[in-house]
Design a protein around this ligand. Structure first.
Ligand code: EPU
Length: 410
């Protein structure tokens, strides 16, 4: 089991090139299963979750090769399979087989998805959508002798359920309408990939219309990872340095930029770079995580140590109401907090070095930030939990001056 070892207390300065987004790449990789042909994908991040997704696709017979900057996924000849539950349980995105396997083969065996278990993560909305396309669930298997178009209304936005509905709708030779959908940039990017593979998809203010059918290989450039970008910007701020991230769409980061400005950072942006440094002592802030275009829930754990290092503040999460388990790991670094319902109050705290285990992906990244701010040596066990979502984490942090190594992480 690898460890992230950090000697903190040094201000970080420099530029970080942001990788393709984890949550952008995974839906597109699974969506290749409903296409027949070669899909050419650029900027796919080399991270733990993507490697597991590729292994799952290969179990179905997909041939995955690298050609220069492109990852080529050939799904011309696939066979139905039920990948081992142990493999599926490594990533949450294995739930995208509901759309992908059902869409390609008319069936899908359900297994417990993995990923971060910071909260109850139901899949009732995914199943609801699959049933509207004509699938039925029996003995843990979703089956559909024939699929038809659907009229779907989700009563709250779900990235995963919208992803599955888009994949299934694109595979079915019929018209589907989806309302109450998630609007995250990576949902839009999935739709663009499906269009490049032959689906017709139109977005209006409150409805997606999909005309699906036989799909050929598609193409995509994975969008820049706004969560990774937010992580490096917070690392610059918490250490009293200045970091520029490049390769992200600034339009995706508006609420995050507003937040760091509110706590006292000076921020400058071009169309694909953001630079931030603290220009004042910091101000307390109130942050509410909510579905896009709200503040991303995946960045609220990252914001917590930064708030603690400044004037504190309050965090509420309206997406994952219980996503605060990471605070107990942060308390080992000196972060003081209280919790109530789906909120936490963070108090100004002096960061001290600690040894912890990464509680989950973003909680682990929050511990990395606390360790970078604290003087002395910190150790974060279960490094692979963090590397599930961050490409070249140690190299990128070293390039901006951090003293960080990762031990034995295989
Ligand atoms: N929900 C239901 N029923 C469902 C599905 C979702 O009630 O069937 C609820 C959830 O309980 C939650 C809300 O709907 O309260 C939103 O969940 P959503 O389905 O949008 O989340 P997800 O698709 O499971 C993805 C990301 C998460 C990210 C959320 C929200 C991937 C692989 N995961 O999860 O990313 O937090 O969207 O943006 O894309 C991470 O990267 O660290 C991560 C956890």
């Amino acid at each position: 089991m690898g460890e992230i070892v950090i000697k903190g207390g040094k201000p970080l300065f420099g530029r970080v090139r942001i990788s393709g987004s984890k949550n952008g790449a995974l839906p597109i990789l699974f969506a290749t299963l409903v296409t027949r042909g070669v899909s050419r994908l650029r900027r796919v991040p080399d991270i733990g979750d993507v490697r597991v997704a590729m292994e799952i696709l290969e179990r179905f017979g997909a041939r995955i090769t690298e050609e220069g900057d492109f990852l080529c996924v050939d799904t011309t000849r696939l066979e139905y399979t039920e990948p081992p539950a142990q493999l599926l349980s490594k990533i949450r995105a294995s739930t995208y087989l509901i759309g992908a396997s059902l869409g390609r083969f008319g069936r899908c065996r359900l297994a417990s998805p993995g990923g971060c278990n910071f909260s109850d993560r139901p899949i009732d909305m995914h199943l609801f959508a699959a049933e509207l396309f004509g699938a039925s669930l029996s003995d843990g298997c979703l089956c559909a002798p024939s699929l038809h178009g659907a009229n779907i209304y989700f009563d709250k936005p779900s990235v995963g359920a919208t992803t599955n509905a888009l994949i299934l709708a694109s595979a079915v030779n019929a018209v589907t309408k989806i309302r109450g959908f998630a609007r995250e940039p990576h949902v839009m990017a999935l739709a663009e990939f499906l269009v490049s593979a032959g689906a017709r998809i139109d977005f209006s203010e409150d409805e997606i219309t999909v005309v699906g059918g036989e799909l050929h290989g598609g193409r995509a450039e994975i969008i820049g990872d706004m969560i990774e970008a937010g992580t490096y910007l917070c690392a610059g701020l918490i250490t009293g340095g200045e970091i520029t991230v490049e390769g992200v769409d600034i339009g995706d980061m508006t609420t995050f930029v507003d937040f760091i400005t509110e706590i006292g950072a000076s921020v400058s942006c071009t169309c694909d770079t953001v630079t931030a440094r603290m220009c004042e002592n910091g101000r307390p802030a109130a942050l509410v995580a909510s579905p896009y275009p709200g503040f991303p829930t995946d960045l609220q754990p990252i914001a917590a140590p930064l708030m603690a290092s400044l004037c504190g503040g309050e965090i509420r999460d309206d997406v994952w109401r219980e996503r605060f388990g990471y605070l107990s790991a942060l308390s080992r670094f000196g972060v003081r907090y209280t919790r109530e319902d789906n909120s936490a109050r963070i108090f100004p705290s002096k960061m001290t070095a600690a040894a912890v285990s990464a509680p989950d992906l973003r909680g682990g990244a929050a511990c990395v930030l606390a360790a970078l701010a604290a003087r002395g040596e910190s150790r974060i066990a279960s490094a692979q939990t963090v590397l599930r979502g961050y490409e070249s984490l140690d190299k990128k942090f070293r390039s901006v001056g951090a003293d960080i190594i990762i031990t034995d992480c295989n």
